[in-house]
Design a protein. Structure first.
Length: 130
C-alpha cells in the first residue's frame, strides 16, 4: 500500500508521541526495562518521520542512526547532545532486549525520559520547519 508522504510523516510523529506516553506509563509503574525500550522507540519513530521528510528509507535501526548522525549531527544542523541521546537510547534498547540480567536505575530512566522529551520536541520542530 502506498501512502501520501505527508500523511506518513504525521503518522510517524503521532506514533512517536504515543510511544512516549507508553514510556511514561512504564516508568510510573517501575517497568524500567520497558520504559527504556519505549523511550528509544519514541525517538526512533520521530527520526523515521524526519527521514521520510528527506526521502531516506531504511528498515535498519543502525542505518537510521547513521543517517541521522551524518545528515544532522555532524552536519551541524542539530546539537551533538541529541545525537548522543538517540545513540544511548539505541544501545539501552538493544541491551534490554538481548542481554541477560540488564537492570536500569530509576534516576537513569527518569533522566532518559526527560532527554527523550527534549529530543522529540527538537526533531518535531525540524520536521515542521523544513
Amino acid at each position: 500500500m502506498v501512502y501520501d508522504r505527508e500523511v506518513l510523516i504525521r503518522h510517524r510523529v503521532q506514533r512517536g508521541r504515543e510511544t512516549a506516553e507508553e514510556a511514561k506509563l512504564a516508568l510510573d509503574n517501575d517497568r524500567l526495562n520497558l520504559a527504556e525500550n519505549r523511550i528509544y522507540y519514541a525517538m526512533f519513530y520521530m527520526v523515521q518521520a524526519l527521514a521520510i521528510k528527506h526521502d531516506f528509507k531504511t528498515s535498519k535501526h543502525a542505518q537510521l542512526l547513521g543517517w541521522f548522525n551524518k545528515e544532522f549531527v555532524r552536519a551541524g544542523r542539530i546539537e551533538e547532545v541529541f545525537g548522543n541521546v538517540f545513540h544511548s537510547g539505541f544501545e539501552k534498547r538493544r541491551e534490554s532486549d538481548y542481554d541477560d540480567f540488564v537492570t536500569f536505575e530509576i534516576e537513569e530512566v527518569q533522566r532518559d525520559f526527560c532527554n527523550m522529551n527534549r529530543f522529540l520536541d527538537v526533531i518535531e520542530a525540524l520536521i515542521q520547519a523544513e
